[in-house]
Ligand binder design. Sequence first.
Ligand SMILES: *Cc1c(COP(=O)(O)O)cnc(C)c1O
Length: 415
Amino acid sequence: MAYSDSTRQVYSDEIAAIKEKGLFKEKRFICSPQAAEIEVEYPEGAACEKVLNFCANNYLGLSSHPEVIKSAHAGLDARGYGMSSVRFICGTQDVHRELQDKVSAFLATEDTLLFPSCMDANAGVFEAVLGKKDVIIPDKLIHASLIDGIRLCRAERDIFEHMDMKHLRKKLELHRDKRRRLIVTDGVFSMDGDLCPLDEMCDLADEFDAMVLVDDSHATGFIGKTGRGVHEHFGVMDRVDIITTTFGKALGGASGGCVSGRSELVELCRQKARPYLFSNSLSPVIVSATISVIDLLSRTTERRDKLESNTTRFREGMKKVGLSIREGVTPIVPVMLYNAKLANDMARDMYAEGIYVIGFFFPVVPEGQARIRVQLSAAHENEHIDKCVAAFKKVGNKYGVLGLDKKGIIEKYGT
Ligand SMILES: *Cc1c(COP(=O)(O)O)cnc(C)c1O
């Protein structure tokens, strides 16, 4: 027997060790639609309880918005449930084209290609447009899916330090002789909530004849004055060559992603990107709903405006309470705790206060950087935010971390 008792023992010991360290990821089941207030079964087998959700990527509160649900139903009725085909065989409907055109108009790009997810977009794009004579120069902290996509491509890879433009300049100088240079970054970094300096990157790209790819998954729909993304925020909408992004976060939150940008690059993805060629087409249900999301966001900035004021309210509240949050302007607010067990324990106590948040620790963030990551949503009301801040005050007080800076917390708890 291949899976022998001793093999089983090895694996169960590993799981036991994770539990012993207090790092075990427990199961939680949501028994309601995704919204500001959700019902959660936790621990497994417990009765469902109402809590406020502060850890979803539901930035604009569209995951169960009535207009989105209506469009999903309409898409189901009009074009059916599934395509049973990849895009290039018989998996492209008129609605797929319509969504692509709407995304291009929304992001102000030349063309767009849908993928089953942004992970797939990132897996396909590099190999499609670059080869072994080229170099990819990524920020050190880019998303895992970009790292994997870069691994699948034969171009050389040379990392620059996180958001360090001097270092990026050095790398560009070093690779002057390469056929092509591609700078790669997240628009908003999901663990820290910081914005990449995209304007400076575009200047460097001009100077060194490089291209720029930004993954705007944590920005599309709400960063920038009209929510177009980080390129709008920095006034460089016509200077980014490739944007990859997801429909699985702010834009309704179901699934799907895209590559959007220069028409030749998008065309090459259509010809060559492997997840486009070998993975199934996005369901018409999701396509229709996402079209309605883009329409809604093109009509009004009401939701991104509310998200912005919610973010300000929360950040100011947390500073007053004396918890050490990472400065910034995005709705991703890391409450820094450095110690993994502390982050896990505090998150559990927050749950008892009716606030659903999660501790993040290695390998999701670097070792010694444990935190509770809070994410705001336009679906939150003032009283939700105030309740969350009050719960942090109570729990932070219990663990004696109010008013402590990084040094203070590490002295008390270690990393
Ligand atoms: C979430 C995320 C992805 C993955 O998006 P999916 O559509 O869920 O595959 C890719 N890149 C970044 C930066 C993300 O935050």
